[in-house]
Design a protein around this ligand. Structure first.
Ligand code: SF4
Ligand code: SF4
Length: 468
């Protein structure tokens, strides 16, 4: 498969593949929102005692995806706004409960595949699934046109496939079999690194004989593990139905739910970045106190905590209490807020940039000590073209930026902003540190909102005409 753009980022602070356990928490703070979900239907009462695996809340706009209690304990609804707090934490009991008597009509009609899909949703595995083009949660009872499974996480520093797969290859291949049993004839594409890595060789050996899995070799270069890019490269068309997309952790969760009928209550989260004392992977539950993790792993207090990877993560709010249900990693980066006069002209060893204008570019193949890199300096576009060089979507970020600066929305659409996969590479390489990705996300939302309004207006007019 041919890809264009992309960038190999070698930053310091990459977590080792070993997975550590965290001490049992005294309290858990379960956020009622995450990137895709808003758990607004609360299913428990203040003071109620719950067991692990019980449903605490649901997201009514996302197929009632549940927020599960990772441990038993006492529910506090008012002690922290935006969270369900669990106190008096109990040791894990491994309770399993999938109510079969009130199954929705459609689940019953779908037979065993319907029951399996319902279990994935009820026991917390379905939230690992995405639609390749929209990034949203697909309908668990819908029919996908294809499935993409990626074993790679190329964005620094989110939890990596090899850390997830350590000693769990059997569960992974079994998970793939379960996935196939949910489908009729739709293909499963399995994305593997094209290098002869140990992981790739092992996975290839384990799935030998699975004729229904089509291997896709992808370069180890960010962001070619992105489902949207993979779907485009595979020629799977947008608009011909959803494309289920899932990473290693989702396949392991599928296996857990469908083999042993146990809920998915813990996930592997990476703690990486050059502001970390010892970069690690942690096996941790939703709601685990963020403060405890920071105190244990951050090397100083002058750091920025990012929820997610270095390029697409979002800064964690200062008052954030617990890990949310979709967290794949925390990135901790030193942050220098002081403005450096003409800082970009200083050649220093310790500075790295895509432009190669610092002395550090003479040292090849070393790990870069990345910071938030702003240093109080945001400058205008200097037309260096770096953003266009790295953009995997083949669009011109600098041009979009200039159009947006002048509010030329029609031109922005003609320049194909819709192709942007929000990978953040343009912002990363930009020597002027322009927040291109954030600009494009805002612009896409605005365009979508305007289109929605036009659609609604047209539907209203049509209705009026019909009733005449
Ligand atoms: S965020 Fe969008 S415009 Fe920027 S590099 Fe990625 S795909 Fe291209
Ligand atoms: S990388 Fe930044 S400065 Fe360079 S062309 Fe793109 S927007 Fe302009």
């Amino acid at each position: 498969m041919n890809f264009k753009g992309g960038y190999n980022i070698l930053p310091q602070g990459r977590p080792a593949s070993a997975v550590n356990r965290v001490p049992e928490p005294k309290q858990l703070y379960l956020p009622l929102h995450s990137r895709r979900f808003l758990f607004s239907d609360i299913c428990v009462e203040d003071g109620q005692t719950v067991s692990d695996g019980d449903v605490l809340a649901r997201d009514p706009d996302n197929y009632a995806v549940p927020l599960l209690a990772p441990r038993g304990g006492k529910v506090k609804l008012k002690s922290a706004e935006g969270y369900i707090t669990l106190t008096d934490i109990l040791p894990p009991a491994g309770k399993v409960h999938v109510p079969e008597k009130d199954l929705p009509h459609i689940v019953q009609e779908m037979g065993s595949a319907g029951m399996k899909r319902y279990k994935l949703l009820s026991l917390g595995a379905w939230q690992f699934f995405y639609d390749a083009y929209t990034g949203q949660l697909p309908d668990p009872l819908g029919t996908p046109q294809a499935v993409i499974v990626s074993t790679l996480s190329l964005e620094p520093f989110v939890a990596r496939g090899d850390a997830q797969l350590k000693n769990r290859l059997l569960q992974f291949t079994r998970g793939l079999e379960h996935l196939q049993s949910l489908l009729e004839y739709q293909p499963i594409y399995l994305a593997l690194p094209d290098a002869k890595s140990e992981l790739a060789t092992l996975v290839r050996e384990h799935i030998r004989g699975y004729a229904w899995v089509r291997l896709v070799e992808i370069p180890i270069k960010y962001p070619y593990d992105n489902f949207n890019i993979l779907a485009r490269k595979l020629g799977i068309k947008k608009g011909d139905g959803p494309i289920w997309s899932v990473r290693t952790e989702g396949i392991l969760a599928t296996d857990r739910v469908l083999t042993v009928s146990k809920p998915c209550l813990v996930r592997i989260v990476s703690i990486g970045g050059s502001g970390v004392k010892i970069p690690v992977h942690l096996k941790v539950m939703t709601g685990y106190p963020v403060r405890e993790i920071i105190d244990r792993y951050a090397s100083s207090s002058g750091v920025r905590i990012v929820d997610g990877g270095m390029l697409t993560g979002e800064a964690v709010a200062k008052d954030s209490l617990g890990l949310d249900t979709e967290c794949r990693g925390l990135t901790i980066l030193p942050e220098y807020k002081e403005r450096e006069f003409l800082g970009f002209t200083r050649p220093g060893w310790g500075r790295e940039s895509y432009s190669g204008c610092f002395l550090s570019s003479l040292r090849k193949g070393f790990s870069e000590r990345l910071t938030t890199a702003v240093r109080g300096e945001i400058r205008p576009c200097v037309s260096c073209n770096f953003c266009e060089e790295v953009c995997p979507a083949g669009i011109m970020p600098h041009l979009l930026h200039k159009y947006l600066y002048r509010d030329l929305i029609e031109e922005v659409e003609q320049a194909r902003i819709d192709l942007c996969i929000e990978c953040g590479l343009c912002s990363f390489v930009c020597p002027s540190k322009i927040e291109l990705r954030a600009e494009f996300i805002r612009a896409k939302e605005l365009i979508e909102k305007e289109k929605e309004e036009i659609r609604r207006e047209q539907a209203k007019r049509q209705l009026q005409e019909n009733s005449r």
